[in-house]
Every structure is written in C-alpha cells, then in structure tokens.
Write a protein that binds this ligand. Structure first.
Ligand code: NI
Length: 391
C-alpha cells in the first residue's frame, strides 16, 4: 500500500495553532479530546475516550512483534488572559495555552499518524496517552486510577515537554531526578479571640502563626542536605479583621519542592511536628494539611534516559543534546514514572528576543520545535519497542 507524501511538520503546526486558539482548562478538554480521538481513529488506532473524564488512550499495533511502550502528552491550558498578539491567539477569554501543552498534544497526534503509516515495519505496540488536567496535578493520578498501565500492558512510558528556556533545536535530558516534587500545604492555627486590651485572656493565633512563618523557613534550611534541594515558600498569611480584636484563627499556606522522595517524606513529617509544637508553646493549636493533589519527584530511568540521549544525538547531532540540570518546576508525568520506567525530556522552543516564561500571559513558543520533537519522538518510540527491558 502506498500513501501520498505528507508534510507532517506542517500538519503538526496546524494542529498546535488550532489547539492554541481553542484552549481548555483541566478536565474540560472536550474539544481537544474529540480532535485527538477523531484523528487517531482515522489513522486506524484503537481509541478509548472519556478515560478519567476527558483523557484519550489510543493503541497502535505494529505488524511485527515487540514491546508495549506508551507516549504521554498532556492537553490542558491555564487560567490566564493571553497578551501575545498572534494570528492564532486564544479565542477564549481568561484561558491560554501558556505551557506548550498545545504542542504536546499536536506532537502526540502526529507521531501516532506517522507511526501508523509505517505499521507494517513497526515492532510491538505504542499506546498514546492524552491526559487531562496536568496543571492542577490531577490528570495523571486520575488516568492511573483507571488501571491503564496494567490494562494496556504498558512496559515503559516516554514523553517530552517544550521549554521556552532553551533555544529551538536543543534537547535536554538527564537520568535520575529531573523535575521536583510539589506539595501544597495549609496550616490552620486555632487561637481564642478577644479584646485587644486583654491579651492574657486570649490565645492570639497571629503570634503562633508568625513564629511558624519564620520558624518553618529556618527548619527547612537547617534540615537541608546540601545535595538534596529543598525549597519551601509561603504564599499566604491571613488573619484578623480589625486592629483591636484578637482573632480566633490564622491561616498560612505554601508549597514544598524537593528532588528526592526520601528527603521529601522526612521534611513533610518535620514540618507537621514543628507546626503542632510551636503552636502548642503559644497555647494555640495548629493543623498542617497537605494537598491531596501532590506531585512526586520526576525520576528518569537511567537506561531509558540513555536511549533518549542516544536517539536525540543520532537525530539532531551531539552538539544539540544537553545533559540538563534538574528543574524545580514539577510535572505529573512523574506519577507515570513512579509506576513504570521511562524518560521525560525537554525540547527547546525559545523564540528570539526576550524570554517568554511558562505560565505567563506573555508565553510563546517556536513552532519550528515541533519538527525536532517529531524526529526525536519517532526515533525514541521505534527504539524503545525493540530495546531490552529497562528493568
Ligand atoms: Ni507544562
């Protein structure tokens, strides 16, 4: 069978720009998921829709025997008003693709289409996973809860993230920890309110909370092994209504990031104990609650990272492949990699001029990076289905 020649790069760019113009927030990716399902159904894949609300899983069986490898892409946008003047700028007020997930979805679809055309030469099976709600760290967990890794016999998982912090054409990969864990927390301090003239008859929660704000910061610094990054930042401090009223409660919230799951568990426990004890010393009570939407450290399997590095060098040349330092940002791809070996890597997509940071209304990415992603992604999948198991 022969097929008309396709300009895959241009098709991927068209898709990316269309998704960019029609961004959807987490668990609301209805239009995006419908396009994914439609395209991959037409390409001959077995498509399952409405996985964890708006997720799509599409299976491509090669004609030759081999392993089962997954490629994961995320589809969601962010609650931001786009400030970039593009012909394909967001048509939805207050919603914007400001992290490149439009590109991830476009590359996932196009990779599936490219591989589907060569299925007579494809060894094994590729499972394309399009997940919802990465930005709120809920999509991967919800997809995994459906049992998809076992249901589809997935042996390894790969994927990529575009980055506006690296020049277009560069590929960043590293074995081991590559993205940080992210845990949100809230501390509720319970005091006993009263008249500002009679503090001894009250328990002022502001005093306990203020001690906690500075104390927790010192605790994290004091317990940090220099080799294991720990970053704790407070983002909220709320209490009180008037200058002469001692309030009943105070609230603090913040986030914790680490590059090591053992250090993460240890500091989480210390923060909990510390909060309770400091509050107690002030006759108050503190309760620290961790967000259930946590994201563990993203750990690349060394063998899988080597495979990606090798494919990237083969495709783009040694000079374009970087052994990158870990990033303190987080991505819930880490949950897939907690359950299966695999590798998540970066592809540079910086436009010339000033940096356009991710998660900012000025974010913009270079569409030329899509072609790089397609070349490297295809090589990675073709190699992984035939590779020896990582474990
Ligand atoms: Ni992202």
């Amino acid at each position: 069978m022969s097929f008309p020649a396709q300009d895959w790069d241009a098709l991927a760019v068209d898709l990316r720009q269309d998704f960019h113009a029609h961004p959807e927030l987490g668990f609301q990716e209805v239009r995006t998921a419908a396009i994914v399902a439609d395209r991959l159904h037409n390409a001959g894949l077995e498509v399952t829709t409405e996985v964890a609300t708006t997720g799509v899983v599409a299976v491509l069986h090669g004609d030759l025997p081999g392993r089962t490898i997954a490629w994961r892409a995320d589809m969601d946008a962010l609650p931001l008003e786009e400030e970039v003047d593009l012909p394909f700028r967001s048509t939805k007020s207050g919603v914007m693709h400001a992290c490149g997930h439009d590109g991830h979805t476009a590359v996932g679809i196009t990779l599936a289409e490219v591989l589907a055309q060569g299925r007579d030469r494809l060894c094994g099976t590729v499972v394309f996973i399009f997940q919802p709600a990465e930005e709120i760290f809920q999509g991967a967990r919800a997809m995994l809860a459906t049992g998809l890794l076992d249901n589809f016999n997935i042996e390894e998982v790969y994927g990529l993230h575009f980055t506006s912090n690296m020049p277009t054409g560069r590929i960043g990969v590293r074995p081991g920890p590559m993205w940080a864990s992210a845990d949100g927390f809230e501390i509720h301090v319970q005091g006993a309110g009263g008249h500002g003239a009679y503090p001894h008859l009250t328990v002022n929660p502001i005093i306990a909370a203020a001690q906690l704000a500075t104390g927790l910061q010192s605790l994290v610094a004091a317990e940090s092994d220099a080799e294991n990054t720990l970053v704790m930042s407070l983002g909220e401090f709320q209490s009180g209504t008037a200058y002469n009223i001692i309030p009943e409660t105070a609230k603090l919230s913040g986030s914790l990031r680490t590059l090591d799951d053992i250090a993460r568990q240890a500091i989480m426990q210390r923060m909990q104990d510390y909060s309770e004890m400091i509050a107690k010393a002030h006759r108050a009570q503190a309760q620290l609650t961790w967000s259930p939407h946590a994201c563990p450290c993203l750990i690349n399997d060394p063998t899988a990272a080597k495979l990606v590095h090798h494919c990237a060098v083969e495709s783009e040349g040694e000079e374009h492949v970087e052994h990158v330092p870990p990033s303190l940002a987080s991505d819930d791809m880490s949950l897939f990699l907690q359950h299966r070996p695999g590798c998540y890597f970066k592809i540079g997509a910086a436009l010339s001029g000033p940096v356009r940071p991710h998660h900012s209304p000025k974010f913009a990415m270079d569409d030329l990076a899509l072609a790089v992603a397609l070349r490297v992604g295809e090589k990675v999948l073709l190699a992984a289905v035939q590779a020896k198991p990582a474990h």
